[in-house]
Design a protein around this ligand. Structure first.
Ligand SMILES: [Zn+2]
Length: 489
């Protein structure tokens, strides 16, 4: 018994051990990832294990996106992990962009391979090769395929979910008859990503076009959604690329057009990854740990029975009944009836793991036919009658989802400033900066100098900000572009 009690005390102190955000945001992030049991490390540097609780979040993200891809006419397929080196070399800019990050396979068993293989860093090369076989006529277009897969990019500095050597993602690859068709697809997916990030992850994003230097290797145009994290750094949360005819020319994706001439297809690619989990953590979390938006919370409600008297005969059956009623309405519920842990320990534990609503049920609550509900986001506690409880909880989850979005949007507004002089710009970028909106002449030279001086990069040029007359914040020359700058992950 004594041992058991010591063990409990030890665990109680463990759950509170998270570095405060204000002290060290990066340490806070790693603490949350580990304590909330989202991810763990292995012997392989830069590769992460996604633990069941983290994977459950990923599954909800996958389901939400997959539904949207299919509703817009896309289908799923699977392509190989290994790509012959010669295929990757076909698109010049593409190979230059990815070569430093490629993992090679040179041996199979004891035998040296005649041609080395690369582990896919992305699948344009292999998919382009297949499309050149599958697409013959304008009647074969459009091709709208998505793949859920892992990819490998040899990273020097890694951080769970944000930058890892192997990660999970989806990559869409489409081929179209016309330039307009490809551009329409590129923007359609960008809008889909924005809607998903804002409605499901409660994460406000800025959508716009990347600068030349930040675009995808081999693309004509890259668009992104960018979110602002709690430390004032931006996170690129999704990208959509219009590849023009670049890949179609490199991989000979040709078709006979309506006018019988042979033409190159117009292609796109687009992706989001497990990085979104990092975005959720850093958008909503606080010093007590994770705060999950209800729509991607593996458990939306945790029921903690208060163990008084013969609680297993009185409180527990009531708790199970409440759980079943909620599950019947589609609510994801964890009933934490473990008797090796105190209610206080469980409160801290589920708070740390970001469960949106905690429901406490004890003998006194049952006498009054009530439960206590505690919100993770505001920490408000209130007694709610058991009659109509399910409807109340469903409504409360929606309210929390919205409140998290509103809070994140207010944070972004507070941390977005405009700068008209370079001094203003540099001052704004110090400390915990956020987004800075400033005019830019479009030259790579000014962009590079701004980055060297402040670490800030052009995150994107939001729609509507491509033709705002002004003077470049760096060189003072006339400009039309008004990008959003930030330090980024
Ligand atoms: Zn300039």
């Amino acid at each position: 018994m004594a041992d058991n009690k010591n063990d409990k005390n030890k665990k109680e102190s463990q759950v509170t051990e998270i570095t405060p955000q204000s002290e060290d945001f990066s340490r806070w992030y790693l603490d949350v990832v580990r304590r909330a049991e989202l991810s763990d490390y292995t012997e392989v540097k830069g590769c992460m294990v996604i633990r069941p609780y983290g994977y459950a979040i990923w599954e909800l993200i996958q389901q939400g996106l997959d539904k949207r891809f299919k509703a817009t006419g896309h289908v799923n397929a699977y392509f190989p992990l290994f790509i012959p080196a010669s295929l990757l070399m076909k698109e010049k800019e593409h190979v230059e962009g990815f070569a430093p990050q490629v993992a090679w396979v040179t041996k199979g068993g004891d035998e040296e391979l005649a041609e080395p293989l690369v582990v896919r860093p992305t699948s344009e090369a292999i998919i382009g090769t297949l499309y050149s076989k599958w697409i013959k006529s304008w009647r074969d277009l459009p091709v709208l395929i998505n793949q859920w897969a892992n990819v490998v990019r040899w990273e020097k500095v890694t951080r769970p979910f944000l930058r890892t050597t192997e990660f999970l993602w989806q990559e869409g690859h489409t081929a179209h008859e016309t330039a307009e068709g490809a551009q329409e697809e590129t923007l359609k997916i960008l809008a889909l990503y924005k809607e998903f990030a804002e409605n499901e992850l409660a994460m406000p994003v800025v959508d716009g076009q990347k600068s030349e230097s930040e675009k995808f290797a081999g693309a004509s145009k890259t668009y992104s959604i960018e979110a602002l994290m709690g430390d004032g750094r931006a996170l690129q949360a999704g990208t959509s690329h219009n590849l023009g005819q670049n890949f179609a020319k490199a991989f000979e994706i040709q078709f006979q057009g309506r006018d019988k001439t042979v033409q190159h297809a117009w292609t796109t690619s687009w992706g989001v990854s497990t990085r979104l989990i990092g975005g959720v953590i850093m958008t909503h979390g606080d010093d007590s740990g994770l705060i999950l938006p209800p729509r991607v919370a593996p458990y939306q409600v945790v029921i903690v029975p208060i163990p008084r008297g013969n609680w297993q005969e009185t409180v527990l059956p009531k708790a199970k009944e409440l759980q079943q009623a909620l599950v019947a309405q589609g609510v994801r519920v964890m009933l934490d009836d473990r008797d090796a842990y105190t209610p206080g320990w469980k409160f801290a534990e589920w708070e740390l793991r970001g469960v949106p609503v905690r429901m406490e049920v004890g003998p006194k609550d049952i006498e009054k036919s009530e439960v206590v509900l505690a919100r993770r986001d505001t920490r408000q506690k209130s007694s709610i009658p058991m009659a109509g409880l399910t409807e109340h909880v469903v409504g409360l989850l929606d309210e929390i989802q919205k409140a998290l979005y509103d809070r994140a949007l207010a944070f972004r507004k507070e941390h977005t400033t405009s700068a008209s002089t370079y001094e203003e710009f540099k001052t704004a970028m110090e400390g915990r900066p956020g987004f800075v909106i400033a005019s830019w002449c479009g030259s790579e030279e000014c962009e590079a100098q701004i980055k060297a001086d402040t670490q800030a990069t052009v995150r994107n040029i939001p729609f509507g900000s491509e033709s705002v007359p002004g003077e470049c914040v760096k060189c003072g020359k006339p400009s039309t572009l008004q990008p959003w700058f930030a330090k980024s992950y």
